[in-house]
Design a protein around this ligand. Structure first.
Ligand code: ATP
Ligand code: MG
Length: 430
């Protein structure tokens, strides 16, 4: 019998995992510069945490949840996204308290789960890196977050991207717009997809987010939410636009963009990749403001702003743009051990080198010299230390530099006591 991984999941193997580490490390460094600290939440939550936040009529909650009842009859779901769990944690630990810095800025990274039709850039277990900033309703927080996302892509070497923004306004805006949308769509009700017919009355904004062709032709001519912004919402959006302009950040406004989660208010945005071959899965980062979510999950009224990036799609974009990731796999020294009798000495040598703080590896298979040198070459070893029968008898080791082809014999004692000096001498270019 043989097994395969579940559909829509991936094993991330060496060769690939280095790229993930590069992306994650770049994010950690950048987020630290912007003063965001990490929160790690469990990968499963009470179903309610997600359904209340993301919204019952969304695709995520109505179709894509990995939910189940555990042995204690609790309704549990694997998390489909990161914001609701972070808000739950923020409220549970009272991170809104006066002892914490404001805005409270946090990031997360990890797997998310959605029961979707797997395709390129769309998985059932996928990974997100996301950030959240609580307690600031200043439009500068919206802009700082979006700029940080753009900064991140720049640092990764991604250039073919586009920032798209919209505003969903406040409650007043949504009420006015909701009615306008129902009035506009109702005459076409029978021509809409089944999902949209249902949503038209439950949550008409969801119709705008439909990926169904039958809906999209009506969506194109729908009234613009930007014409319904309340005075407060208009002021907020104008400020966001002015601040992006002040920073010379290019952006597009797309008034039909609503995002697939119900918790958003005011500014929402997506960063799309224009790299070839990204297809329909071109959104690599998405987010926005959610001024009512903390309250929705039982906390005090606290505004929030955040975004999430899909790591799989990010890596596809880097591939499409042919970004070169800095080499990770350099090895300081490889020990070529010739003959079984050198087994103990070879072990002592690699451990000594490692204790000096260098990276090292050796042969374990008692292979021929040629095969061992090939391995050293493949591993990009800077130095090769050869120990064979003769060397062992003379208590020496032959050190070869792979870069400058220098070769020299050292006593074992010298290597054991002063490997750092041996390393410097042999890797120095004349
Ligand atoms: P889409 O419209 O492509 O379904 P979404 O609106 O559902 O995306 P969000 O919930 O906003 O996406 O998640 C933010 C980001 O996470 C997306 O822009 C994308 O990069 C990534 N993402 C979302 N769902 C998946 C998935 N199933 N597989 C891989 N990445 C995903
Ligand atoms: Mg989706």
């Amino acid at each position: 019998m043989s097994f395969q991984r579940p559909k829509g999941t991936n094993d991330i193997l060496p060769g690939e995992s280095e790229k993930w580490q590069f992306v994650e490390e770049t994010a950690r460094l950048l987020f630290r510069d912007y003063q965001y600290n990490e929160i790690r939440t469990p990968i499963f939550e009470h179903y309610e945490v997600i359904s209340r936040s993301v919204g019952d009529t969304t695709d995520i909650v109505s179709k894509e949840m990995y939910d189940f009842y555990d042995k204690g009859e609790r309704h549990i779901t694997l998390r489909p996204e990161g914001t609701a769990p972070i808000v739950r944690s923020f409220v549970e630990h009272k991170l809104f308290g006066p002892e914490y810095a404001k805005p409270y800025k946090t990031f997360y990274m990890g797997p998310m789960f959605r029961y979707e039709r797997p395709q390129k850039g769309r998985l059932r277990q996928f990974h997100q890196i996301g950030v959240e900033a609580f307690d600031s309703d200043n439009p500068a927080t919206d802009v700082e977050s979006m700029v940080m996302a753009l900064d991140f892509f720049k640092q990764l070497g991604i250039t073919q991207i586009r920032l798209v923004i919209n505003s969903l306004g406040d409650k007043e805006t949504r009420q006015a717009y909701r009615q306008a949308l129902i009035d506009y769509l109702s005459p076409f009700e029978k021509e809409l997809s089944e999902d949209s017919q249902r949503r038209l009355h439950e949550n008409p904004l969801r119709v705008l987010d439909s990926k169904d062709k039958r809906d999209q032709k009506f969506v194109a001519d729908a009234p613009s939410i930007l014409d319904f912004l309340s005075e407060t919402a208009q002021k907020h959006f104008d400020m966001v636009v002015a601040m992006l302009d002040a920073l010379n950040i290019p952006y597009e406004i797309d008034s039909t963009m609503v995002r697939g989660l119900d918790y958003y208010t005011h500014t929402i945005f997506e960063i799309m990749s224009d790299a070839p071959k990204m297809g329909a899965q071109a959104t690599i980062c998405a987010g926005g403001r959610y001024d009512n979510l903390v309250e929705e999950l039982g906390g005090p009224q606290t505004p929030g702003f955040g975004f999430a990036m899909g790591i799989e799609r990010l890596l596809l974009t880097m591939e499409a743009e042919e970004v070169v990731i800095p080499a990770f796999n350099e090895l300081d020294a490889y020990v070529v051990a010739l003959g079984e009798e050198t087994n103990i000495e070879a072990l002592k040598l690699v451990q000594t080198i490692r204790n000096f703080g260098f990276s090292a590896d050796r042969d374990f298979m008692d292979r021929k010299a040629k095969a061992q040198f090939k391995t050293a070459d493949k591993a990009n070893a800077k130095l090769v230390l050869v120990i064979g029968g003769d060397e062992l008898e003379n208590q020496t080791v032959t050190v070869k530099s792979m870069a400058n082809r220098k070769e020299k014999s050292f006593s074992l004692t010298e290597v054991y006591e002063h490997f750092d000096e041996v390393y410097d001498e042999m890797t120095l270019f004349e």
